[in-house]
Design a protein around this ligand. Structure first.
Ligand code: ATP
Ligand code: MG
Length: 334
């Protein structure tokens, strides 16, 4: 691997990289009045949380596709620069994209990475990177199934003999769970909370399966009617109900994918289990819930948030020629 090569998992919520390691929220802080970019990544996260100002936080990606080309490019430019690239040492970049991205959306990712300063861009199917990152025997004649629950998208894929046999994507992820919490608080408690507060509640008390003990979280916010500051106590049971719809969609899609697979491969998964990855995999009890409703064993990968990036990082170890053969051999099989 050349020191200048870079593997990027360009996600709706987070950008992660290997080669040179980085991990940043996919967020850009923009001055609403002038339109100029004030900060990106973690720095933008901090700025945007501050009270009424003209700085707004923008997510340049929506459901893993580029929603704002210019901001995505600026974001990538900063990442490339912070990893030591310059006009003279432009990196070759490997980017993971969901299998569900259209050719036009793929082209936009390639263009954004190129104009951010990459010497060359190679796209990798995310499920493939996830499977490599999870250490699955993808070259063997057995079925391996990965389920990646991200911020904006959930992707399920069956792999065998080095290729993706079947994949499905549902537009649901962690951000939808955060949204559901915000809407619930507004409706039920007349309370407005920010994006990161909603995410915190999900992480603290969110679950997909009944937990042994009921945990509680306190939220502070502004009551919409009166503007006064109030504190509301939320229980894990209450939040499980709020997240039920998003969780149900993930479960249903997984069940469907198992049903659509060639029976032999589905049978393999009964033995080896589904490998659960992506930040959403960390939702308490999601593994138990999937195991119960899909009737398969479910394994959580070791570092769900970085499995895709580390799989792509491992692909960097191939010589470019080998990599090309490897990648073209991994086009989805209809
Ligand atoms: N402990 C946790 N419990 C529940 N959700 C979590 C936890 N930790 C992280 N998440 C959620 O995981 C999501 C981010 O996961 P990930 O980084 O895999 O997504 P992404 O790759 O950026 O998005 P996508 O793949 O959809 O484009 C966020 O919504 C975050 O809130
Ligand atoms: Mg992802």
């Amino acid at each position: 691997m050349s020191r200048r090569d870079l593997a990027v998992d360009i996600g709706t919520s987070y950008q992660q990289g290997q080669g040179v390691i980085f991990d940043q929220p996919t967020l850009v802080a923009v001055n609403d009045r002038t339109g100029s970019v004030v900060a990106v990544g973690r720095e933008a996260w901090g700025l945007a949380g501050e009270q009424p100002s003209e700085i707004v936080a923008v997510r340049p990606l929506r459901r893993a596709a580029i929603a704002n080309f210019e901001l995505t490019e600026q974001f990538l430019r900063l990442i490339l620069r912070s990893t030591g690239s310059s006009r003279f040492t432009r990196p070759r970049v490997l980017v993971c994209v969901p299998s569900s991205l259209t050719p036009v959306e793929r082209r936009a990712v390639e263009d954004a990475v190129s104009s951010a300063g990459a010497r060359s861009v190679t796209l990798v199917e995310e499920p493939l990177a996830a499977a490599i990152g999870a250490g699955l025997p993808i070259h063997d004649p057995v079925g391996s199934m990965v389920l990646d629950v991200g911020g904006g998208i959930t992707e399920i894929a069956m792999l065998a003999l080095g290729g993706i046999v079947l994949s499905a994507a549902v537009p649901v992820g962690g951000l939808d769970m955060d949204d559901a919490i915000q809407q619930y608080l507004r409706r039920r408690h007349d309370l407005a909370i920010g994006d990161s507060a909603a995410e915190q509640i999900k992480i603290q008390v969110g679950s997909a399966y009944p937990t042994a003990e009921v945990v509680e979280a306190e939220v502070r916010g502004r009551e919409l009617g009166t503007g006064t500051h109030v504190i509301v106590t939320l229980t894990s049971e209450e939040i499980r109900e709020v997240l039920a719809d998003a969780v149900e969609r993930i479960v249903r899609a997984t069940r469907q994918c198992l049903a659509d697979c060639p029976p032999d491969l589905a049978h393999d998964v009964l033995e080896t289990g589904v490998f659960l990855t992506g930040g959403g995999a960390l939702l308490r009890g999601l593994d138990m819930r999937l195991a119960r409703d899909c009737e398969v064993p479910v394994n959580l990968t070791e570092h769900p948030l970085s499995t895709v990036a580390s799989g792509a990082g491992r692909l960097l170890d191939y010589e470019p020629d080998q990599r090309r053969a490897f990648l073209s051999a991994h086009r989805p099989v209809p």
